[in-house]
Ligand binder design. Structure first.
Ligand code: FEO
Length: 408
């Protein structure tokens, strides 16, 4: 990848993680990759905003990209670190060994992490205060504390003269970036749809837990005239940054009230007796015009289930009893949904049992603090009878009535 001009003497350097077996954060599949972007302001002082991870020889690749502007590591005067997670700071240790003069602008909370992750002493850092401005040449950088979007030390940087927000994780997405299509106005409608889907999955996997902080951060940004958003993952929004701001606002608000009028169905079955009523769930929801997304566990990845559940107003779980409790892979899935604070959902559960039930009780205890409204459930011994199917159908009709009313 080549370094790309953003505007004036501001440039984007970037790498794509293309290895399909790589799991982002060690957990999340990225079959279509992810970009890690940083920005360079060349001028009276040479400034880097966010670095890269020290994997796949990325630091060497970015050094070469910078050389395209006849700049070396030793020429950098200032590093702005919006966020200390190693995908943006992994290069810092080696960078600071080669460049002994650059100072690091970061939040006060980030300073101990400079030492812990990169062995960089506090003396090399300048702690920003919220709203603080530094001026260098024709550029004015203003820093904003935006904790927990994504880690507690996170901040954003705003170039005041041009209205550019360097937002780090916020407004980012999974998905590699084509070298010749780095801006929102350079990509097709189909590609926009792809990045929207991947921005939602990124949000649900990485940021969702902190949605309250996202809403606070968005409120703070409202006072700024944002003409361009330069995130650390994904495309640059210069034509219409409001698109991704609105998407983020919507995603964050899913944590507070109804999301979309959609249902995420997650099912497990040991011998097919729970699976036997899955067709009924699909049939009833389709007849009522409610879009649904169906996942099986084990099998489907939790990262995708999280994205779907985050966006859905309704959740339906089908799982059998296993040793008096929920089927273990489903119990794990439900744990993950709760860790990511998937909340305010209308919920239904069904499943088969052998000698005795237990899954429903386990489910209710485990989800007591989930913020889920459990509308109903149905369990049966062994295989479902015609009567079970009829009971399920009626219960699902009631569920649909409540869901439609909830997600008006
Ligand atoms: Fe892209 Fe929270 O790191």
């Amino acid at each position: 990848m080549k370094i790309k001009k953003v505007i004036d003497d501001i440039y984007r350097f970037s790498v794509n993680i293309e290895d399909k077996s790589y799991l982002f954060e060690g957990i999340w599949p990225i079959p279509d990759g992810i970009s890690i972007n940083g920005y360079l302001i060349k001028g009276e002082k040479n400034i880097l905003i966010d670095l890269t991870q020290n994997i796949f020889d990325f630091p060497t690749e970015i050094t070469q990209q910078m050389e395209g502007l006849t700049l070396g590591i030793k020429d950098i005067d200032i590093i702005v670190l919006n966020h200390m997670e190693p995908d943006h700071s992994g290069w810092l240790r080696e960078f600071c060994k080669e460049n002994q003069k650059a100072v690091v602008y970061c939040t006060k909370k980030a300073i101990p992490l400079l030492q812990a992750f990169a062995g960089v002493p506090a003396e090399r850092a300048i702690a920003i205060t919220d709203g603080m401005v530094i001026e260098t040449g024709d550029y004015e950088l203003q820093f904003f504390d935006t904790p927990n979007i994504h880690w507690p030390e996170t901040m954003m940087t705003y170039e005041r003269k041009r209205g550019i927000l360097f937002s780090c994780d916020a407004f980012g997405s999974y998905g590699s970036i084509d070298e010749d299509a780095i801006f929102d106005d350079q990509i097709s409608q189909e590609k926009h749809q792809f990045y929207e889907t991947e921005a939602l999955r990124y949000y649900a996997n990485i940021v969702a837990t902190f949605s309250t902080f996202v809403l606070k951060g968005l409120e703070k940004l409202k006072g700024l005239e944002i003409k361009m958003i330069c995130p650390a993952h994904g495309i640059i929004w210069r034509d219409n940054p409001a698109v991704i701001i609105d998407q983020y606002d919507r995603y964050a608000k899913y944590s507070k009230g109804p999301a979309e009028r959609e249902v995420t169905v997650v099912w497990s079955s040991m011998y097919g007796n729970t699976k036997q009523v899955l067709h009924l769930v699909i049939e009833v929801l389709r007849k009522r015009g409610i879009p649904l997304h169906v996942f099986q566990v084990p099998g489907d990845d939790i990262g995708y289930i999280l994205a779907s559940a985050w966006k859905s107003s309704g959740l339906i779980f089908g799982m059998p009893t296993y040793e008096y409790k929920m089927f273990p892979p489903m119990a794990h899935t439900i744990d993950e949904l709760m860790v990511k604070k998937v909340t305010n959902k209308k919920v239904f559960r069904f499943g088969s049992f052998g000698w005795s039930g237990g899954a429903q009780r386990d489910f209710e205890i485990k989800t007591e603090k989930s913020g889920w409204d459990i509308i109903g459930h149905h369990e049966w011994q062994g295989a479902p009878t015609d009567k079970d199917q009829e009971t399920m159908r009626k219960a699902l009709e009631t569920y649909c009535d409540i869901l439609i009313d909830f997600s008006k």
